[in-house]
Design a protein around this ligand. Structure first.
Ligand SMILES: CC(C)=CCC/C(C)=C/CC/C(C)=C/COP(=O)(O)O
Length: 284
């Protein structure tokens, strides 16, 4: 509790408390310069150092010492000030893009539920969703691998299986790190999901669609009309994620990019028949 005596003895009227030389509290006016011993004390106090560092650049430039540093660098802003300005421009740009993403995703979520404006298309969108789901792809590839009687066919199928597992792992890791929530208008009624699938970024369907489309075009689908169909399917899978309200536009855009790059990784990690035979021999 501040002593009224201390208040009157300093002849000071209000606000900031400080500890005087006799151990009592002293009150200083905000528009008066504090005594020298308090200034020295503030200089070594981490809290006040933090407070001064968070002052606005204009205020800091206005102080005597900062003026000296500004003039000594030929009128250039101190480095500290430049670092404070740049993130704000990046921050504003990012927040604007994020706001546009949220707005656009909400507007495009026209099949998010049955009574949405395109609610009657929801069953079709869910069919497209299933066509890009991990389970049919894993089961279909495993079945083809089992049925394949040529070495070339087995090689392609085994590498596709490896690609699908790699995709699940990479998407799971990114989702767990980023932890972006799905759009508020999404109904979480997807079948067979992992716990990370509660998160939105990136779209696992989009990564799988992009990676599998590249895989099919490179190794399995040669006829031109079918190649067009494969590309159309991949684009539809991506669109259906936003129309169903499952994802933001940026989740799908990033997912397509990530899936495209994942295929490059699959090419690097490609398991040749020699490696496969070595693996089979070790397992047997
Ligand atoms: C054999 C095995 C463990 C299969 C797991 C397949 C599985 C449950 C994949 C999850 C697919 C899924 C629901 C991904 C979420 O996709 P988003 O586009 O909503 O991110």
């Amino acid at each position: 509790m501040p002593s009224p005596k201390a208040k009157s003895s300093g002849g000071r009227s209000s606000s900031s408390p400080g500890v005087g030389g006799n151990g009592r509290y002293e009150f200083m006016s905000l528009n008066r310069r504090p005594p020298q011993h308090l200034l020295q004390r503030q200089g070594s106090d981490p809290t006040s150092t933090r407070l001064r560092a968070s002052e606005s650049p204009t205020r800091r430039r206005g102080s005597g010492s900062s003026n000296a540093s500004t003039s000594s660098t030929g009128g250039q802003l101190p480095e500290e000030d430049c670092m404070r300005l740049n993130p704000s421009i990046v921050g504003i740009t990012l927040s604007s893009l994020l706001a546009m993403d949220l707005w656009l995703s909400k507007r495009l979520g026209v099949c998010a539920c049955e009574d949405s404006s395109w609610g009657s298309m929801r069953p079709l969108m869910k069919l497209i969703e299933i066509s890009g789901h991990g389970i049919p792809w894993l089961a279909g590839t495993a079945y083809c691998l089992y049925k394949s009687d040529s070495t070339a066919g087995q090689e392609v199928m085994l590498n596709l299986l490896m690609a699908l597992v790699l995709d699940l792992i990479l998407v799971g890791v990114v989702k767990a790190v980023v932890r972006r929530r799905r759009p508020a208008h999404n109904r979480m009624d997807m079948f067979a999901t992992f716990s990370v699938d509660g998160y939105s970024f990136p779209s696992g369907h989009a990564t799988r669609a992009a990676m599998c489309a590249r895989f099919l075009l490179a190794h399995l689908v040669l006829a031109a009309p079918l190649r067009v169909l494969v590309l159309l399917w991949a684009v539809l899978v991506g669109f259906s994620r936003v129309l169903l309200g499952r994802h933001h536009v940026t989740d799908v855009a990033f997912g397509f990019g990530m899936g495209y790059c994942q295929y490059n990784l699959v090419e690097v990690l490609w398991m040749s028949p020699a490696i496969l035979h070595g693996l089979i021999r070790q397992l047997a």
